[in-house]
Design a protein around this ligand. Structure first.
Ligand code: 2AM
Length: 183
């Protein structure tokens, strides 16, 4: 029996339907002709991109994520950005919420403890963001009037299936975050 092909996975926060619809509408208004809008059901905030792993290692990722401790929190996206090299229009936070930083740290510690490297192309200073459109050309961005957000009560392990025009994302497992004040 041949080796199974590697699977491309990452951990992410997924918006609820309402926030996703707002973000998709925003993307529609911002991105110019020729850009590739990310559909509402695919919008997400990546926590940690792992990349290609064998199926056997997916079980390991699920076990370490189940050990991650994190608190539920409200995420408010109140800033727009543009990365010209990849033509990405994104929404992010002026200031990262503390529970998001703690969640990332706890997950990153678990990953490095198990020998996984995080491949973060936003650079040494992480920029948590939701990509809204790719291949965009943008001269200027408006200020984001009303922040868009959602209550983050879980994070997920996602598999990315690459297709010629877009990726399709499949949720492999979700991991609940604790409500503040819960025992
Ligand atoms: P992006 O939206 O800024 O491209 C799935 O590919 C998700 O993982 C995307 O949200 C993507 O971010 C993110 N990601 C982060 N680092 C990545 C990398 N090195 N390669 C591919 N995707 C990466």
């Amino acid at each position: 029996m041949g080796d199974l092909p590697p699977r491309r996975v990452f951990f992410a926060l997924w918006p609820g339907d309402e926030a996703a619809a707002h973000l998709a509408a925003l993307a529609h208004n911002l991105a110019g002709r020729g850009s590739r809008l990310i559909p509402a059901e695919s919008l997400h905030m990546t926590l940690a991109f792992i990349g290609a792993v064998t199926s056997a290692r997916i079980g390991q990722l699920e076990s370490l994520a189940a050990e991650v401790s994190g608190e539920a929190f409200d995420l408010r996206l109140d800033r727009l950005g543009f990365w010209p090299q990849r033509g990405i229009v994104w929404a992010g936070c002026r200031q990262s919420p503390e529970p998001l930083k703690c969640l990332f740290k706890s997950l990153a510690d678990g990953l490095s403890g198990a020998g996984f490297a995080i491949d973060d192309r936003t650079g040494p200073v992480r920029v948590p963001h939701v990509s809204l459109a790719r291949h965009a050309r943008c001269r200027s961005l408006p200020r984001l009037g009303t922040p868009i957000g959602w209550h983050v009560s879980e994070f997920a392990l996602i598999e990315s299936h690459l297709h010629p025009t877009a990726a399709r994302y499949e949720t492999l497992a979700v991991f609940p975050l604790q409500d503040a004040g819960a025992e």
